[in-house]
Design a binder for this molecule. Structure first.
Ligand code: FMN
Ligand code: SF4
Length: 450
């Protein structure tokens, strides 16, 4: 199958993307403690634009500072940050790529609470702690829900003011929207819990508030977990089915959403997302950053740290993987969702082979793909495909070492086998930090002293 279809433009209602390749969100700790952006961030996002992707979906961008997963993630909770996001957008636009900001709130699923969250419980749909790391939380009041709905609308407005091309609601992977949507998590008895309609109310209110604030012209897409598979910890409930997700996607479309981004799982990470390995031996020296984050942090760390205990975690995590492919792991679900809506559908999960992507688009399973790790490994994957190669020479191995390093170490590809030696790997990872020429010294005009 020719890869030409990958390089045809994708038209949303009010946004045209030059090809079918989206850089999926990849979060790392390269911004400032207060959520303001850095040159490192601009370097990071821009290298994928230079590599030829049609659009970049930003990393997870919290709409409120307390909605962060980890300190060091750029936020959009202040008007003062609009010019920073504008610079980032301009840098990506210079390569002909679009930039879509992923608007997010962690709810109870946070990795390192940071000083903003140390003295308060995480907010969620429920007061039951997050089951993997054991982060305590508290069910949101109506006033807190209304406040958060407005925060999303304000954030979308800031993204538009910054000249970005659209926003994506991170309504997948276990973060706050998922905590409301999932029948495995949401145990409320008010108008935000119980029936699917009630569980979807928070998301639909946010969509409505965004439309009221920025109008119909600004691109708005929603990332949805097709199937929850919430029983990673075996005694948790399974959560939403594909049929639930189809209904949510239809409601989103009716409410004025322009595209659906299909993901999977009601947590992040999840055994099926990102698909592939889960290197417990690497977690043994990276998970220590999270030991005190939740009530189960020390328990988990001991299971990673001591090889004799690893089979316990291994069984819990790997039992769900059986029978699932890595590349295109959510294609079956995308096909069903695409058949139910008229707006474009993109899908994430393991894509790395041009012929696989071309067939999926050609067969009408999806309209485009969102890629994270294969682009971390080969930033210029689109150019590799355009040159006629079906797969890169040094492909991503799906080892997930990038993922389990992310809470502690700089973001990048940590698969040593892909490099001539360890030093080259470190140098490659560090390349985004080449910002030194911009440093100001005390006495320079503009240096903040506070
Ligand atoms: C290090 C890392 C960070 C990620 N951060 C985010 C994020 O901030 N928001 C999000 O929606 N997905 C995030 N993801 C998930 C990816 O966007 C993607 O959906 C998932 O990895 C599956 O795609 P892939 O197989 O191409 O990597 C992250 C994945 C990785 C590996
Ligand atoms: S560390 Fe590199 S090879 Fe491993 S999953 Fe991440 S990008 Fe792919």
């Amino acid at each position: 199958m020719s890869s030409d279809v990958i390089f045809t433009p994708l038209k949303f209602r009010n946004l045209e993307v030059k090809n079918r390749i989206f850089r999926s969100s990849i979060s790392g700790r390269f911004d400032n403690e207060d959520g303001s952006l850095t040159q490192t961030r601009i370097n990071w996002e821009s290298k994928f634009a230079a590599g030829g992707v049609g659009a970049i979906i930003s990393s997870y961008v919290p709409v409120l500072i307390e909605g962060r997963i980890i300190a060091g993630y750029g936020t959009v909770h202040r008007d003062a940050y609009i010019p920073l996001w504008q610079k980032l957008g301009e840098s990506v636009h210079a390569h002909g790529s679009k930039f879509i900001m992923q608007l997010s709130h962690s709810g109870r699923q946070l990795d390192v609470p940071g000083i903003h969250n140390r003295k308060r419980k995480a907010l969620s749909s429920t007061s039951h702690k997050e089951p993997i790391n054991g982060v305590p939380c508290q069910a949101m009041s109506k006033a807190q829900i209304d406040y958060t709905v407005n925060a999303f609308a304000d954030a979308a407005w800031r993204a538009r003011e910054a000249g970005l091309d659209g926003v994506e609601l991170h309504s997948a992977n276990g973060y706050l929207f998922s905590q409301f949507l999932s029948s495995g998590i949401n145990d409320r008895t008010d108008e935000y819990g119980g029936s699917l309609e009630n569980r979807a109310r928070f998301l639909l209110e946010v969509i409505e508030a965004i439309r009221a604030k920025v109008g119909r012209e600004f691109h708005l897409q929603v990332k949805l977990g097709a199937i929850d598979r919430n029983n990673v910890i075996p005694w948790e409930k399974k959560g939403n089915t594909l049929a639930d997700c189809v209904q949510i996607a239809k409601w989103c479309e009716s409410a004025g959403v322009d595209g659906i981004h299909v993901s999977s799982g009601s947590s992040f990470p999840h055994p099926l997302n990102p698909p592939g390995d889960f290197p417990l031996e690497v977690l043994a020296y990276t998970y220590d950053t999270m030991i005190s984050s939740g009530d189960y942090g020390m328990r988990n760390y001991l299971m990673f740290r001591y090889p004799v205990l690893r089979p316990i975690f291994h069984w819990v995590w790997f039992r769900m993987k059986a029978g699932h492919p890595i590349e295109g792991i959510s294609l079956d679900e995308a096909r069903v969702i695409k058949a139910a809506v008229k707006i474009p559908v993109i899908v994430t999960g393991g894509f790395q082979t041009a012929s696989v992507v071309a067939s999926a688009i050609h067969d009408g399973v999806c309209d485009g793909v969102a890629i994270a790790r294969s682009l971390i490994a080969n930033n210029d994957l689109p150019k590799i495909w355009a040159s006629g190669k079906d797969r890169p020479d040094r492909p991503c191995t799906y080892c997930n070492k990038c993922l389990v390093n992310a809470p502690k170490n700089p973001l990048g590809c940590y698969e040593e086998a892909r490099y001539p030696d360890y030093e080259t790997m470190v140098e490659t990872i560090m390349s985004i930090y080449s910002t030194h020429a911009d440093l100001k010294v005390s006495g320079d005009e503009g240096l903040l002293t506070n």
